[in-house]
Ligand binder design. Structure first.
Ligand code: NAP
Ligand code: ZN
Ligand code: ZN
Length: 347
């Protein structure tokens, strides 16, 4: 066992605070990673505040992890000491079920070990995430990160990147596809960048007028203020695909109305409360609403390689660990441009 410095939540209502946690000794197939940066995902906030259901405290959040390999188990093949490595939302899965065998570990039908607030495959050990100095993960769930990239901007790809890349790929987004991205936060700004890198014509749909000047810089061809009824009316029936990244209550029906006939709205934002959805805009436009959960390990590697090649990185504000609680408040106010990345050397 080794001791890691971490930031943990002790209850849904208390601020995160420094805490020591233990990590296992690397087994034959494990790599130990000294964490350089960890992104702050809105899911971290939903989880520690108990918005999706009760958590098992203490919880060390963080699933956008990048760092350097410090130790490797005897049988590790993919990594050597000193390599860069990434860890996303999962640290293990059953590896036997039909979904795991198809590279869809995120939909494991057995036990899925999320990176935090979950249990390892032993069914006992609680997983603890990336707001920490180091982590030990099986090499099968550890991603290769190319050198020469800004690591603080690579970290958010491990969740925000793959969560938006996966549905864009699945829907065959290419030159000429008209993609709408609802919510310009951590996921949304990555969706804009990735869809643009795939050649799509992107409309940024946002409730924040202050983000208008950024839309073009991110790669969108236009910005639409969702609060403006005239703007929404002009967009009706024009989008092939919408990636909805909103974290809370919002009017999904007005977004469905923006889709073309046969268009799809992909729900990645995980609002704790259910949405009211009208049947008519779906039926008459043969439109669909579907969900999407991160992506599998192979696809996550593909996304990291795509981003390295296209030089697509998150826009980040690097913070020290002591500023995590203040950063949470700013995320809740949609006041982040566009992801906080924790410098884990400050833990
Ligand atoms: P975020 O940085 O807070 O971004 C969410 C954005 O949505 C905000 O910046 C804001 O954009 C808009 N927004 C927030 N509240 C709103 C409201 N009530 N009505 C309308 N717009 C609102 O969050 P994130 O880290 O990108 O995560 C977004 C959601 O995706 C969270 O629920 C998170 O848990 C979920 N998530 C899901 C997956 C998955 O696998 N499906 C993976 C990661 C995260 P504007 O200012 O532009 O309006
Ligand atoms: Zn996340
Ligand atoms: Zn499985």
């Amino acid at each position: 066992m080794s001791e890691a410095r971490a930031y943990a939540s002790a209850s849904p209502t208390t601020p995160l605070a420094p805490r020591r946690i233990s990590r296992r000794e690397p087994g034959p197939l494990d790599v130990a990673i000294d964490i350089a940066y960890c992104g702050i995902c809105h899911s971290d906030i939903h989880t520690v505040r108990g918005e999706w259901g009760p958590g098992a405290y203490p919880i060390v959040p963080g699933h956008e992890i990048v760092g350097r390999v410090s130790r490797v188990g005897k049988r590790v093949k993919k990594f050597k000491i000193g390599d860069l490595a990434g860890v996303g939302c999962m640290v293990d899965s059953c590896r036997k079920c039909a979904n795991c065998r198809r590279g869809m570990e995120q939909h494991c039908l057995g036990r899925l070990s999320f990176t935090y607030n979950a249990v390892e495959q032993d069914g006992v050990t609680r997983t603890q995430g990336g707001y920490s100095s180091h982590i030990v993960v099986d090499e099968a769930f550890t991603l290769k990160v190319k050198s020469g990239q800004p690591l603080e901007r690579v970290a958010p790809l491990l969740c925000a990147g793959i969560t938006t890349y996966s549905p864009l790929k699945r829907h065959g987004v290419k030159k000429g596809t008209r993609v709408g991205v609802l919510g310009l936060g951590g996921l949304g700004h990555m969706a804009v960048k990735l869809a643009a890198a795939m050649g799509a014509t992107v409309t940024a749909l946002s409730g924040s007028e202050s983000k208008r000047p950024d839309a073009k810089k991110l790669g969108a061809s236009s910005f639409a203020l969702t609060k403006d009824p005239a703007v929404m009316a002009a967009l009706a029936g024009t989008l092939d695909l919408i990636i909805d990244t909103v974290s809370g209550d919002h009017d999904v029906n007005s977004m469905v109305g923006l889709l073309t006939t046969g268009g799809t709205l992909v729900m990645v934002g995980a609002s704790p409360r259910p949405h009211a959805v009208g049947s008519f805009p779906l039926i008459f436009g043969r439109r669909a609403i579907e969900g999407s959960l991160i992506g599998g390990i192979k696809e996550t590697q593909e996304m990291l390689d795509f981003c390295a090649k296209k030089k697509v990185f998150a826009d980040v504000e690097v913070i020290a660990a002591k500023d995590i609680n203040a950063a949470y408040e700013r995320v809740l106010k949609s006041d982040v441009r566009y992801r906080f990345s924790i410098d884990c050397s400050t833990l």
